[in-house]
Ligand binder design. Structure first.
Ligand code: SF4
Length: 208
């Protein structure tokens, strides 16, 4: 399995090259984007991020001091804005109360992950995205595109988040840079070839 997963990575990297994730300028922007991208396309998130940026609110500390109704209005383009505004407040409050990135960086990955999961609105995919891209921890992010790849290439019988994550983490070196690129490449693959209706002809994973 290790060889197969590495082969998939090599083929994707060869075809698409480095993806330079996460598309953000600051750690706060990564955390905010990770919440906003739940159940929506990134292009909608970009509009919401732009609204926050234009209003000087692309910072966790600022968001924690901002009225939830104001946040709702600004993040409308990202969809599910009533929930997401509350989730953004929750994660912002958590960061501020915990002493911010600097203090949280002292925690080991398991403890930090559990703390993130305790924040209402932060599920496993969002927590792991924050851990990998904001805290640079070697943890594999599983999303719908990852599951699709696993299923279509019969990489394992697994379906739960934890099982799919284990498949990658037990068969690949625990390397933050590798996991960063791998997840980004799977997203790219899904956009270019492995969409709901797959375009296998010419796909870099054809025959793998
Ligand atoms: S498009 Fe086809 S070959 Fe490519 S990853 Fe999806 S199922 Fe595999």
């Amino acid at each position: 399995m290790k060889e197969r997963l590495l082969e998939i990575f090599s083929r994707l990297y060869e075809k698409f090259g480095p993806q330079h994730w996460w598309p953000a300028e600051t750690v706060d922007e990564i955390v905010i984007g990770a919440v906003l991208t739940q159940n929506t396309a990134w292009k909608n998130v970009e509009k919401a991020l732009e609204n926050l940026r234009n209003n000087g609110l692309l910072e966790l500390k600022k968001l924690s001091e901002t009225n939830v109704e104001t946040i709702k209005e600004l993040i409308k383009p990202a969809g599910f804005f009533n929930q997401k505004a509350i989730y953004l407040k929750n994660i912002s409050d958590f960061f501020v109360k915990s002493g911010g990135l600097k203090e949280l960086s002292h925690l080991d990955t398991k403890t930090l992950r559990q703390k993130l999961l305790n924040v209402k609105g932060i599920g496993k995919e969002t927590a792991d995205s924050i851990l990998l891209y904001a805290f640079k921890r070697p943890i594999f992010v599983v999303d719908a595109y990852t599951r699709r790849l696993i299923e279509r290439h019969k990489l394992c019988d697994c379906s739960s988040y934890d099982e799919v994550q284990k498949l990658f983490m037990e068969n690949l070196p625990l390397d933050e840079k590798l996991f960063n690129e791998y997840h980004a490449l799977i997203v790219k693959l899904a956009k270019e070839f492995c969409s709901k209706k797959p375009i296998c002809n010419g796909c870099p994973l054809e025959g793998v």
